[in-house]
Design a protein around this ligand. Structure first.
Ligand code: SAM
Length: 241
């Protein structure tokens, strides 16, 4: 009935779905770039740089083929209570559309393509972008809004420590990728990316996720999380989750 084409694609530090924060702005150190198709010139974003934040409408392209269910178990309810799909921000939804508000850091033209640099995005590398709109606080920031089971930010954050070798590797990767890698990893892991049902278990196995060009490994213990290492990416995506 409709034919919607992407206007651009995301380049993101997040190379796989696991570990990406469940909403934007929880990991402020996460950098991403929207590269618009070359049919969209600088004219199409004229004036946008006067807005600190933008709405992004995108496709959950990695999960779209898996369809959807009328009810969902949100992690915020411990993963064991069901609510309607439209009462959640689940990726598994009709039309597989996502919506995130993110900080717009800068706009540049690179190889004749307009690039929007973002901070705090919750987007997988390669995500197709369908539309962009400026965020309007005078109508969209609603201080007395009710938010059901998600009224507050997730309050429990885990302590994250780094092994000696992981600290050294973070320094190298910070220089390579021009990001504070230790801060980025700390912000990601303190949200506890595990599925909700695992967070109450005594969990001794190692976990991994892919960021930039490396695989990050960590484990849980009584004090929180220990980052074990950042290793060159293996040929297969991480599977220990
Ligand atoms: N803020 C958006 C929203 O409310 O529509 C996304 C919320 S959704 C719960 C966030 C999760 O989407 C992330 O944790 C990540 O695992 C997943 N995700 C991000 N980009 C994706 C993509 N292109 N395809 C499938 N899943 C994606």
């Amino acid at each position: 009935m409709f034919n919607i084409q992407p206007i651009g694609y995301v380049q993101s530090c997040y190379q796989e779905k696991f570990g990406i924060p469940r909403q934007p702005n929880l990991v402020s150190e996460a950098k991403a770039r929207i590269v618009l198709l070359d049919t969209f010139s600088l004219e199409s974003v004229r004036g946008l740089d006067e807005f600190s934040h933008i709405w992004i409408i995108f496709r959950f392209h990695m999960t779209a083929a898996q369809g959807w269910h009328p009810t969902v178990r949100p992690p915020r309810l411990g993963g064991n209570q069901r609510v309607g799909v439209f009462a959640t921000r689940s990726t598994f939804r009709p039309n597989a559309l996502g919506l995130s508000v993110v900080r717009l850091v800068s706009m540049v033209e690179h190889n004749r393509q307009v690039c929007l640099d973002l901070q705090g995005a919750d987007l997988l590398d390669g995500t197709p972008i369908l539309d962009i709109k400026p965020y309007l606080p005078y109508v969209e920031a609603i201080p007395d809004a009710q938010a059901g089971y998600a009224q507050q930010a997730p309050c429990e954050v885990l302590q994250v420590r780094f092994s000696k070798s992981a600290s050294v590797q973070c320094q190298q990767k910070s220089t390579q990728w021009q990001v504070n890698m230790e801060l980025l990893i700390r912000q990601i892991l303190q949200q506890d990316p595990r599925p909700a049902y695992r967070t109450t278990l005594k969990d001794s196995r190692a976990y991994g996720m892919r960021l930039y060009d490396f695989d990050l490994h960590w484990r849980y213990d009584a004090d929180g999380i220990e980052v074990l290492d950042l290793s060159p990416k293996s040929s297969l995506p991480q599977t220990k989750h």
